[in-house]
Design a protein around this ligand. Sequence first.
Ligand code: APR
Length: 332
Amino acid sequence: MPLHIIRQDITRMETDAIVNAANPTLLGGGGVDGAIHKAAGKGLLLECMKLGGCKIGMAKLTSAHKLPCRYVIHTVGPKWKGGTGGEKELLKSCYRESLKLALEKECKSVAFPLISSGVYGYPKDKALKVAIDVIGDFLLENEMTVYIVIFDKASYQISEKLFADITEYIDDNYAFAHVESRLERSCRAPKMCSESCAAPVFLDKCPTFSGTLINNLAQIDESFSQMLLRKIDEKGMTDAQCYKKANIDRKLFSKIRSDVNYKPSKPTVIAFAISLELPLDEAEDMLKKAGFALSHSNKFDIIIEYFISKGKYDIHEINEALFAFDQSLLGA
Ligand code: APR
């Protein structure tokens, strides 16, 4: 999974690099800055003293001293002044400049705190959105594993409206915990073909439909990975576009591509359905190919159904919401 959101103390991360939300002096402070300096030991301060400070929106790299990672990337976020002083662009620059340094050092993994969302007062939901957007764009072009590290529940907020919308959707659907498969619904009565034939006939007599029927029967036999590859072609996507939009790493995708009977996990199937922007019925078809179904007695499934039914296919936005509801994330 290229982009993770996890609950952790960043000083424990064993990634190649961790990012510090510092101040322009780079001489330590409170919050995550204080925690990193404390865990790294005096050596980090001595190294930082030679850096001559850091401008807001920029980043500088040091070694990690006693920390379990290899490097510390110090970046200085903007103080929140209401959002009209260019804070968003400066915060974006913090993530971009830190990722650039991580790339230069050929880091395979990097962990970020939510920069500026503590002492510097950047609204937490906006700070999270900036982080997800910049890191998400970076990962479309680069191979790296990035962690957004959430220190405590209080420091994590998605937009109030989105949280309220999803809560309402869960309440409405979770109550009716009956699952009626689309197949049952669609097979209730024979369909009359009215589009292509002059007089309504039963579909299996209609020449147009029988062609579709053969096609559909062929699709019933196809495996999950065959359906996935067919859909990628139909959508005119490249493999890379598909797995990156699904927050799936290249290695896993090549395993799926080379094994016609590959058995994916449910979050992996859903991640691809989101990446392909499948409507609900096709997403359910893809799940069925892998032996799964969406269920109204499962909060994770209802949140997925919420986003698909609203036509919202940004996998990182969905993961933000899943994390807020203590659910596992999409991707692998
Ligand atoms: N691990 C991960 N995240 C942490 C940790 C930790 N050990 N400690 C704090 N955080 C989180 C906070 O919960 C917040 O979400 O880091 C995020 C950033 O908060 P701050 O550390 O307050 O950083 P920031 O808001 O950017 O303010 C920077 O604070 O510490 C001083 O010297 C620093 O002056 C600078 C200012």
